[in-house]
Ligand binder design. Structure first.
Ligand code: HEM
Length: 321
């Protein structure tokens, strides 16, 4: 098990140069991707003995923008369904037929959700609270593990649930996310972006007196027919709604209640780990199996020097140096 990082070190890429070094590099990456995260990220090995303490997982700005985003999304769904089905339940208002009320709410919530999804929420969630969303080697390792466990080829990693609650006090970041969480973050942004563009495309065709910003945002009207824009808009609305349903289902699972509460109150009872972990103090955990072996004998020290402080390499992908 512990061979992954070490084997990779046996034939360092770059020595032979050219194609063989590229092949070596490819093999090393593949081996790291197929290895267990506990072997390549010392912080995961610290989980067993880690101190537990409440840490703010979601700042106020993060929580507010998340729930505003959720409210806007449900308003969009409600008004969108009303326009689509012609059933304006609760949206009829005086002389204004339900359509106009639904359309007005739909358009303005659409504009607001774009601002929240692309600017406000990512600012707080990713930059302030350090829930990194770029692909890391650790995500690939965990995805392989989860996929194999899902089809019964191996057991689920016993420490994985805890790793998602592990806070690196030295780096000030959360060390792991479920790979589907990161996927969700990106797909929601992509789909809300396309929904807005197809929506404005339709609006540009409908508007009798268009303005420059509607013309600009509705540029898709020049490419696609109104019916095509509408079909894409509807299809993505259904897909996004189903994704959000799954998102709520996973958030509501009892094993995730602590994280759900943190989206309301901020704190989660975190496992405190350290990237600048002192091997010489002898306080590193011994897990009693392969991974623990990988964590001692100076291997972790080697990894500390191999792994740069940037999150993109946090997965401990072996380096050539
Ligand atoms: C009742 C509805 C919802 C609940 C209970 C809920 C719950 C949560 C929770 C607990 C988290 C934090 C996960 C973590 O800390 O690891 C989260 C994150 C997030 N939520 Fe929601 N959410 C809801 C609705 C929505 C809606 C409607 C959207 C978008 C349209 C959305 C988008 C996101 C995104 C992009 C993230 C960050 C990625 C992730 O951690 O999954 N949420 N949500």
């Amino acid at each position: 098990m512990s061979g992954t990082t070490d084997d990779a070190g046996e034939s360092p890429a770059g020595e032979t140069g050219g194609t063989s070094s590229l092949l070596d590099r490819g093999r090393q990456l593949w081996r790291t991707a197929r290895s267990d995260i506990i072997e390549t990220d010392d912080r995961v090995a610290q989980l067993e003995t880690a101190e537990r303490r409440p840490v703010e997982r979601h700042s106020l700005g993060n929580r507010l923008s998340h729930w505003i985003q959720a409210i806007l999304f449900f308003l969009l769904l409600w008004t969108g369904l009303a326009i689509w089905s012609g059933n304006y339940f609760l949206l009829e208002s005086g002389i204004w037929g339900g359509y106009y009320v639904a359309f007005g709410i739909h358009m303005w919530t659409g504009i607001l959700i774009v601002a929240i999804t692309f600017v406000v929420f990512p600012y707080y969630y990713v930059l302030v609270d350090k829930h990194h969303q770029l692909l890391e080697m650790a995500d690939i390792q965990v995805s392989f593990d989860i996929a194999e466990a899902f089809v019964g080829l191996k057991k689920y990693m016993p420490y994985y649930h805890d790793a998602r609650r592990a806070y690196d006090e030295d780096e000030g970041d959360w060390i792991a996310h479920h790979p589907m969480q990161k996927t969700f973050f990106w797909w929601i942004a992509i789909f809300i972006g396309i929904l807005a563009l197809t929506g404005f495309g339709m609006y540009r065709e409908m508007a009798t007196e268009s303005t420059w910003w509607i013309d600009a945002l509705g540029f898709m009207a020049g490419w696609l027919a109104f019916e095509t824009l509408k079909q894409i808009h509807l299809l993505l609305a259904f897909i996004t709604a189903v994704m959000v349903l799954f998102h709520i289902y996973f958030a509501a699972l009892p094993s995730n209640w602590d994280v759900l509460k943190s989206m309301v109150f901020g704190d989660v009872d975190a496992f405190i780990v350290h990237s600048e972990h002192e091997e010489s103090t002898g306080d590193q955990p011994t897990t009693g199996d392969g991974p623990a072996t990988a964590a001692d004998g100076g291997q972790a020290e080697k990894r500390e020097s191999d792994v740069t402080t940037g999150d993109a390499t946090r997965g401990g992908e072996p380096t050539d140096e």
